[in-house]
Design a protein around this ligand. Structure first.
Ligand code: F6P
Length: 554
């Protein structure tokens, strides 16, 4: 039954009309005049005081443009928006994905066996544990060589086929935890409907040593099904027998019927549930490729990290709660200081796909233009997330962050211990991280530049305004546990922001229009006779030109 969203209009007063929002606006006018240099000068202990630690993650937010009053007002706003009650509602399994009428329970994926979490009166924890056990048993068989391919050879290559949440989490986690992976196994990830992605991924692989893990929550996604069909043809071409599918394909999905229709035996399917959003699913069965790479023990450590952050999020006071602070300071930067983007800058090469992963998590969740009740919004929602590992970005786009005309808050992420024994290089890496956040915050004044003896004409070019905000996240070592805490931190900060913005962070209707238009256009491109086109004149002309040039080239 469709939810009656209109039945409850204006359940919440408009956000911008709230006294707490107005107070923040007034406070911002004053604080905007204050430089980070002044805030640090006024409070010599600021660097230690404005920091919180939980589950092994240390968040320094002292280089944000906030003072005690900002934090007090932000927490007051969170309280006025019933954040604590909303957090409880999520953990309790309330239907908080209102437009799809679903509970949002990724926290159940990492709950200990002793916990009870009810959905429609049924405890979901035993089912979660049972899928994890099946994944572990399967992974052990593949990793040990007990599971063999159609010709009896052991599996040496795992190809994950999926897109969005069925790709970004697995590929990010595999890259992040590569240090812990079984090196004899080659992992590849195919997502794009562009055939190049598939062709290049399997170009140097032998079919009889390759296992495809087809991941799709719905098992209807065009890209994934197209690639899965390409994979089946590739496999059968080499192995020449339909029976091979059972040994070379497993599926991860909530849609057992579609999996069976594709031809994958349901006993080779690992399930999950509609209360796990795609972008919140890397710790569900969607993490099968991660588990195959790092093993069940490390996967359990990853879940433990997630859970530790869940416990902290649920129990810590708002003012000392990492995801709450990250979320609220993000709101301060976007809605009051006017920042339009956030740069995510991991100083760890293993986290190279972390910014891409965060893009879906943050922007698909909070890129919304109406409130949960369907009313138009008069404030900015999700900023644009982007980033690259340090130090590479320093030689590319950091110029703009330091001296450009836009305010770009940065999240720096680093680890104390390196995973590879090149301590000096690690010290250099971390020196760069610390130097960047310092340079952004404090800059270099005209007087300081002149004192360096710089020619007058160059002085303006050499000045760094500073006052550019950043978070620094530090953990001891990039372990599976630490990765779990980091991902859960961002998951929950997205929830905090969605709660304040009063939006549904768990639907994604914005992806539908493009999918529908592509379906229709695909038919027009495939049509043998010249199709009747009634798009706009630009789209019509592009389709005609494409068809004509394609025919000419045949
Ligand atoms: O089109 C967007 C989306 O639905 C994402 O939310 C999701 O992660 C992705 O597509 C893949 O969906 P599925 O896992 O059902 O193939």
């Amino acid at each position: 039954m469709a939810p009656n969203l209109a039945a409850n209009p204006q359940r919440h007063p408009s956000l911008t009309a709230r006294p707490e929002w107005r107070a923040l606006n007034a406070h911002c006018v004053e604080l905007a005049k204050v430089h980070l240099r002044d805030l640090f000068a006024k409070d010599p202990a600021r660097g230690q005081r404005l920091a919180v630690e939980a589950a092994g993650l240390y968040l320094d937010y002292s280089k944000q443009r906030v003072d005690a009053e900002t934090l007090r007002l932000l927490v007051a706003l969170a309280e006025a928006c019933n954040l604590q009650a909303r957090i409880e509602g999520m953990f309790r399994g309330d239907i908080i994905n209102v437009t799809e009428q679903r509970a949002v329970l990724h926290v159940a994926l990492r709950a200990p066996a002793t916990e009870r979490i009810l959905v429609d009166g049924e405890d979901v924890v035993p089912a979660v544990r049972s899928v994890l056990d099946r994944m572990a048993a399967f992974s052990e068989r593949v990793r040990s060589g007990a599971w063999t391919g159609h010709t009896g050879k052991r599996i040496r290559n795992i190809v994950n086929i999926g897109i969005g949440g069925s790709d970004l989490g697995p590929v990010m986690a595999y890259q992040a935890l590569r240090h812990y992976s079984q090196r004899e196994l080659t992992l590849r990830f195919v997502s794009n409907v562009d055939g190049t992605d598939f062709v290049e991924a399997v170009a140097d692989l032998e079919a009889d040593e390759t296992l495809f893990v087809v991941c799709s929550k719905t098992f209807t996604t065009l890209e994934t099904l197209t690639n899965a069909h390409a994979a089946r043809s590739w496999c059968l071409r080499a192995l020449g027998n339909d029976q091979a599918v059972a040994k070379h394909f497993v599926a991860v999905s909530t849609n057992a019927r579609a999996v069976a229709q594709f031809g994958i035996d349901p006993s080779n399917m690992f399930g999950f549930w509609d209360w796990v959003g795609g972008r919140y699913s890397m710790d569900s069965a969607i993490g099968l490729s991660t588990m195959l790479a790092i093993g069940p023990g490390h996967f359990r450590e990853l879940l433990d990290g997630f859970h530790a952050m869940d416990v902290h999020f649920r129990s810590a006071p708002l003012a000392a709660n990492l995801p709450v602070l990250l979320g609220l300071i993000g709101i301060w930067n976007s809605n009051f200081l006017g920042a339009e983007t956030v740069a995510v800058l991991p100083y760890d090469q293993y986290l190279q796909r972390f910014p891409a992963y965060l893009q879906q998590l943050t922007m698909e969740s909070n890129g919304k233009h109406v409130t949960i009740d369907g009313n138009p919004i008069d404030y900015a929602t999700s900023p644009v997330y982007w980033g690259e590992p340090g130090t590479n970005g320093q030689h590319s786009f950091y110029q703009l962050i330091h001296q450009g005309t836009r305010l770009i808050p940065c999240d720096f992420i680093g680890f104390v211990e390196p995973l590879n024994p090149l301590q000096e290089q690690h010290d250099l890496l971390m020196a760069n991280l610390f130097a960047q956040s310092e340079a952004l915050a404090f800059g270099k004044t005209t007087e300081e530049v002149m004192a360096d003896g710089i020619a007058d004409s160059l002085v303006p070019h050499r000045v760094f305004e500073g006052n550019r905000p950043s978070h620094t996240l530090l953990a001891e070592r990039l372990t599976p546990y630490a990765l779990g805490t980091l991902v859960a931190l961002y998951e929950h900060s997205v929830f905090v922001q969605g709660t304040i913005w009063n939006i549904d962070s768990f639907d994604q209707w914005g992806v539908e229009l493009g999918k529908a238009l592509a379906k229709r256009t695909a038919q027009e491109l495939a049509s043998v006779s010249e199709p009747e086109l009634d798009h706009d004149s630009s789209t019509n002309a592009l389709i005609r030109r494409y068809r004509a040039l394609r025919e000419a080239g045949r």
